[in-house]
Design a protein around this ligand. Structure first.
Ligand code: F6P
Length: 568
């Protein structure tokens, strides 16, 4: 069985082989360097430390134990027998044996520091969350993953509790979290191993960041995770601490609302169960202690109020540290809308700085009426671009306004002011190239979606900590902004549907956002052009224009008469 699993995971096989060769070299080198060790032993002998020979033996033993633990945490997760032990009723004897074996290993290691090995600052990063339940770990994990993906990393969250749920048809009670519940502990350990195994696969597959969302409350668990650095990964622990009672209460309410564990329980039962679960965890919790653990970690207190870092280096880690130190996780409602229909929209022209059409002005009034009604209850602020159409759209909303250049629409360079038909006529190759890769395509002398994403970074960072902001923006810019909050796949961003005359309301919901599309009853053109099937540069004009939305060729003087003004 073991052989079979080794064959199917060839890289682990190579890893074991590498360990063997490495041990042999170390052994040879150790024998060779007795002289150097003697000098060291003279220095250390005065401090009552072991002789050089025993230091060397201790090192080799330690190394072997470390190698064994790496194998243990990765390979053990593959054994289906373990799952059977875990799941079988009355399996406590086998489980105890497994635990004894682990304890011996950890006992042998004690609190020794890991052998420091140079790992490239650009190596894949495994982030492990640490902390009691309801300390905001999952929210942090998902926000961080979203942020990293936006910044060009490929990050994914591996939620330990989801793995646990796969082992249990239905969540029973807090009992599973009791330290002395052997079967419960075995299930939890097995779930953690599976999550870590998948995280390792994710990184091995060429992705850059895996976020292991578990409690990892014991030193032993963290030591095991840290030993994965032997596989060439960088490891960063993020400990979430929460002393703020209001925040804690809010987190607890969120868990009670959104956790799958409590969906079949009455509110009272759920509250009681969660309280007991927390008590079990508190008894087992060993907060990270820098004097006892040789790990790199960031401690985040009260969801970003205070952030401290210890032994944190590396390129991704620095970005993460910057993000965490600016993070505030407050409940949010954000509103996004495109400007009202512009004269250019009516004509099917892109870019420019056109004024609103008659229907666009009607939308501006309808929007103001809607938002002013809400603003009587809560204060709002409005962010617009620096272009006329967004300022005109926001003009009648009673709230402080701020015009931000980074919110300006995609700069179409040499194509500014053209219709899609004119682009095909004048620059058919450019038009086809854009269809081939709309996310990365940059207009000559203009921008790409990736460029907008880059200039939006500071705006998004600021917006993440805001509540009740109305962003009046543009099609491409809002695609990027909504894509960020909704964690959309980057390649899908340029084709997201963000229609005119529609308010998009985002409300934070656990660690995601609930989306509401509020369509105002004012007619407008459609400006969404789907990706055509044929994106080849040799395609016919008909093929290139097949998805171009219909528009007027001249500004109709009676446009407003086509609208549903009577309904307003
Ligand atoms: O058509 C309206 C508009 O905002 C243009 O100004 C802009 O170039 C375009 O949408 C962006 O959409 P797409 O990337 O789909 O061409």
């Amino acid at each position: 069985m073991a052989l079979v699993s080794i064959q199917s995971d060839w890289y682990i096989y190579f890893w074991l082989l590498y360990c063997k060769i490495y041990s042999a070299i170390v052994w040879l080198f150790g024998n060779h360097c007795r002289g150097a060790d003697k000098v060291r032993s003279v220095i250390t002998a005065g401090a009552g430390v072991q002789s050089s020979g025993s230091i060397q033996r201790a090192r080799t033993r330690r190394r072997k134990a470390q190698q064994h633990r790496v194998k243990h945490i990765v390979a053990l997760t593959r054994r289906s027998s373990v799952r059977r032990i875990v799941m079988a009723p009355g399996a406590s004897t086998a489980h105890t044996m497994m635990e004894d074996k682990e304890k011996t290993l950890h006992g042998a290691l004690g609190a020794v520091s890991m052998r420091t090995r140079h790992i490239s600052p650009f190596a894949p990063l495994l982030i492990a969350l640490v902390g009691l339940p309801a300390r905001g770990k999952s929210q942090l994990a998902h926000r961080l993953s979203r942020h990293l993906n936006w910044n060009g990393e490929s990050a994914k969250v591996f939620d330990c509790s989801e793995y646990r749920r796969r082992h249990m048809a239905l969540y029973g009670s807090h009992d599973i979290f009791r330290a002395d519940n052997q079967q419960g502990s075995a299930i939890r350990r097995q779930s953690a191993r599976e999550a870590v195994q998948d995280a390792v696969h994710w990184l091995k597959d060429g992705n850059s960041v895996a976020i292991f969302d578990g409690t990892n409350i014991t030193r032993e668990q963290r030591q095991d995770l840290n030993s994965l650095s032997e596989m060439g990964f960088r490891i960063l622990f993020i400990e979430c601490v929460c002393e703020d009672q209001d925040l804690l209460e809010r987190n607890i309410i969120e868990i009670l609302h959104y956790s799958a564990d409590y969906k079949n329980m009455s509110e009272d039962e759920a509250v009681d169960d969660l309280r007991k679960k927390l008590e079990h965890y508190m008894r087992q919790y060993e907060p990270i202690d820098a004097s006892l653990e040789n790990i790199g970690f960031v401690r985040v207190e009260n969801m970003g109020e205070t952030v401290t870092a210890h032994k944190v280096s590396g390129q991704k880690e620095s970005t993460i540290l910057g993000y965490l130190s600016g993070m505030r996780a407050l409940p949010q409602t954000l509103y996004f809308t495109r400007h009202g229909e512009s004269e250019y929209n009516v004509l099917g022209r892109i870019g420019g700085d056109a004024a609103l059409s008659a229907r666009g002005q009607m939308y501006a009034r309808a929007l103001a009426e809607h938002m002013n009604g809400l603003a009587t209850r809560e204060p709002f602020s409005i962010w617009t671009s620096e272009l006329r159409r967004t300022k005109q759209t926001a003009a009648d909303i009673r709230a402080p306004k701020c015009a931000i250049r980074a919110l300006n629409e995609l700069d179409a360079g040499i194509c500014e002011g053209l219709t899609y038909e004119e682009m095909q006529e004048r620059f058919p190759q450019e038009f086809a190239w854009r269809d081939q890769d709309k996310l990365r395509y940059r207009y000559p002398w203009g921008e790409s979606y990736i460029d907008i994403m880059t200039r939006l970074r500071p705006v998004l960072a600021a917006l993440e900590d805001e509540h009740n902001v109305i962003v009046v923006g543009h099609q491409a810019v809002l695609r990027c902004m909504l894509g960020y909050f909704l964690d959309a796949k980057l390649d899908e961003l340029p084709y997201m549907t963000v229609p005119l005359h529609t308010i998009v309301k985002l409300t934070s919901y656990g660690y995601t956002y609930k989306v509401e599309m509020i369509k105002m009853p004012v007619d407008c053109v459609d400006t969404h052009r789907k990706q055509p099937k044929n994106c080849s540069i040799t395609r016919t004009t008909a093929d290139a224009l097949v998805t171009v939305p219909s528009h007027y060729d001249t500004l109709p003087s009676n446009l407003w008469q086509n609208t549903t003004e009577a309904q307003l």
